[in-house]
Design a protein around this ligand. Structure first.
Ligand code: DC
Length: 218
């Protein structure tokens, strides 16, 4: 039997990660953070000192990388056996990930790795193209978004809480640039599946978003 899938797509900073993890925990389902796979490619090409313009080497590095996910209270990601969890969340990693994610060859290599997460009793898959490309037959789909202002404010607060120096205007313009790149690329752009539930979290708490998503499943 094919495991049921709930997809949660949307732009960066809309709260997909937090919501997906909480919903997966409530349902007892597995969780796929597909962004972390693209972020791992970004780290792999940085480690190999591959230039972003060198597409053939980016493809080679993507083909060769071995990823390991250890799901406990927090997600630990290993690239070729080395823990890269700390590097994954960096703003710079996300920006490079968004640039390599434009390449159709990279997306094709990563497709099966993502499909492999579909295991019983079920999967919550978070990303940009989960409901449109990777799991088009998912039984439940959500498109979770928020205004660029709100997303920038949330990101700014997170960084300040971690005592990391941050500039709100710069964060907002990086978010807008990433949105544009993710939405305008030709292969598997960020888009809402026609059968997805649209949720704008700008004025919502995380808990109320989780409740809406759980209602959809039940
Ligand atoms: O969700 P995130 O911020 O971790 O994703 C980082 C980048 O990876 C994002 O800007 C675009 C790319 N990505 C993608 O193209 N497709 C996905 N399903 C997930 C992420």
């Amino acid at each position: 039997m094919l495991a049921p899938v709930l997809t949660i797509d949307g732009p960066s900073g809309a709260g997909k990660g937090t919501v997906s993890r909480l919903v997966a925990k409530k349902l007892g389902w597995h969780y796929l953070d597909s962004g972390s796979i693209y972020r791992s490619v970004a780290i792999a090409i940085q480690n190999a000192s591959v230039d972003l313009a060198n597409i053939s080497d980016i493809i080679k590095v993507t083909q060769a990388m071995v990823l390991g996910f250890e799901c406990g209270d927090t997600l630990i990601v290993k690239l070729n056996g080395i823990d890269i969890t700390d590097q994954l969340g960096l703003e710079s990693t996300g920006n490079i990930a968004s640039q390599v994610a434009v390449l159709p060859e990279v997306r094709a290599i990563l497709l099966q790795k993502q499909k492999d997460f579909r295991q019983l009793p079920g999967l919550v898959a978070d990303g940009r193209d989960m409901g449109t490309v990777v799991f088009p037959d998912a039984g439940n789909k959500v498109f979770l978004t928020a205004s660029a202002e709100k997303r920038a404010e949330r990101r700014y607060k997170q960084l300040i809480e971690k005592e990391i120096d941050a500039n709100l205007a710069k964060i907002k313009s990086e978010i807008e640039a990433r949105d544009r790149r993710d939405m305008e690329r030709e292969t598997a752009p960020l888009a809402m599946a026609s059968d997805a539930l649209y949720i704008d979290s700008s004025e919502m708490t995380i808990n109320s978003v989780v409740e809406e998503v759980i209602k959809l499943i039940r």
